[in-house]
Design a protein around this ligand. Sequence first.
Ligand code: MN
Length: 131
Amino acid sequence: MAKKVLIVEDNELNLRLFRDLLEAHGADVRTVRDAREALPAIHSFLPQLVIMDIQLPHISGVELIRLMKADPSLDSIPVMAVTAYAGKGDEGRARQAGADAYVSKPISVSRFVAAVESLAGSLGDGFKRAG
Ligand code: MN
């Protein structure tokens, strides 16, 4: 079964990069560009992993992670925070809010996929199935 992954990211280029990488590995991907739509989308999609940009307008990724981890129906969903390279303090704030892992932008493709699969397991079995 394909893993369900929800991406919350306001930057279109990053969003497409993450989505393409995850889909290439077999994941079932949904995307949210507006932070205000994130929690309703997580509630309805019930992903097995959330990729959370930290720098978002309206509601920060840190606040969204806090809200998820305070919600018993969402608190077991692993969250990978995506922080800006320059935003050193973001890592600590994301972890304190309950993020399970983080990667910093610009991302390394191999590190991104490895971090995702260490949280969610194999994303899909489409092209990886042997025999
Ligand atoms: Mn952003």
